[in-house]
Design a protein around this ligand. Structure first.
Ligand SMILES: [Zn+2]
Length: 336
């Protein structure tokens, strides 16, 4: 049978055409075994020689001793077909290839060539990620998407660090102007990341609205504990002046992702500070799950992964001054 993904115009069938030494076995229940589309990146820089499927196949077969290349599907940003990155169909999806050890039976291996700790996803690449994802969903191949390092036993992997969910959802959101969602109910405001009562009064408030007016209109809301997505009332202006902050010095609260200055680790209890850290880690694609203010295993793991990449001599899973400085720099490099 021919699947929809096989009909994508940028798909090139490479099954049986890459270096190999035999063949992987079939999955126990064939294609029905696949529950999870596992996203990888090759961790080889796009500009490096050897960032291609033949080299990967040679490595997996020659060095690792596997029968074939590890991945079923490979997206190659260096080869453009109809304005989109080429998608190579390398191993038949009915086969149990080796890409995620204990989960090979249920996993479909998809690799985006590049090292996304430093490389950037191109528009052509994002378009192919979206096309492939849509087609696989339409074909009913897999139910879930996971990064390699979200699979059991692989949290230590720096694969993949690109935000595959973001790539599926927001078509090129990084490249297109941000469209701000209008508030549906006049007089209400939905709190955005980084907002304070100050910023809301200054940039979003109706004429003359002050911080005091916002506090008065929202007696149940603690100004220090605004949550993204929370709805607040603008209220009515009681004063005729709009106050301005006294000193325009760049405080942490002026950043989109303010960073706490205290040391945070397993057992820390400052929920607001931990939430800030979690939001910042998620923003730079060191995913720690929902920002819940709890320094649990996921948060410690995200800090550890961040340190492995940016502070390799200080990998302890504890957020301190050096981690803060690096994280600030990485946020800045991403335009935050
Ligand atoms: Zn991987």
């Amino acid at each position: 049978m021919t699947y929809k993904f096989q009909q994508l115009p940028q798909l090139v069938d490479k099954r049986g055409k890459l270096p190999s030494k035999g063949s992987y076995g079939k999955r126990a229940n064939g294609v029905k075994s696949i529950t999870t589309r596992v996203w990888h990146h090759s961790l080889t820089k796009l500009s490096a020689g050897g960032s291609n499927i033949v080299s990967f196949a040679n490595f997996h077969v020659g060095t690792n001793g596997w029968p074939e290349i590890a991945y079923h599907l490979v997206i190659d940003p260096n080869t453009i077909i109809n304005g989109k990155a080429a998608i190579y169909y390398c191993v038949d999806i009915s086969k149990r290839s080796y890409h995620v050890g204990n989960s090979n039976t249920i996993g479909l291996g998809i690799c985006v060539i590049g090292d996304y700790r430093t490389d950037k996803l191109s528009e052509a690449t994002i378009r192919s990620i979206i096309d492939l994802h849509k087609a696989l969903m339409a074909d009913g191949i897999g139910k879930y998407d996971k990064a390699h390092n979200e699979m059991p036993g692989y949290s230590w992997k720096a694969c993949c660090v690109f935000d595959y969910n973001k790539a599926f959802k927001d078509v090129l959101s990084d490249m297109l102007p941000v469209v701000k969602q209008p508030d549906l109910v006049p007089g209400l405001y939905t709190v955005q990341e980084g907002d304070t009562f100050w910023s809301i009064a200054l940039k979003d408030g109706k004429e003359g609205i002050t911080v005091e007016d916002l506090i008065a209109a929202n007696p149940d809301v603690k100004p220090s504990q605004l949550k993204v997505g929370q709805t607040i009332k603008f209220g009515t202006a009681k004063n005729t002046y709009t106050p301005t902050p006294e000193t325009p010095k760049k405080e942490q609260s002026a950043y989109k992702y303010p960073l706490p200055s205290e040391v945070l680790k397993t057992g820390s209890t400052d929920k607001a500070a931990i939430t800030q850290l979690q939001n910042a880690l998620n923003a730079v694609n060191f995913k720690c799950g929902t920002a819940d203010g709890i320094y649990g295993a996921k948060t410690k793991d995200a800090v550890t992964r961040f340190q492995k990449v940016y502070l390799p001599y200080e990998v302890d899973g504890i957020y301190g001054q050096n981690t803060k400085n690096k994280l600030q720099a990485v946020l800045k490099s991403k335009g935050y």
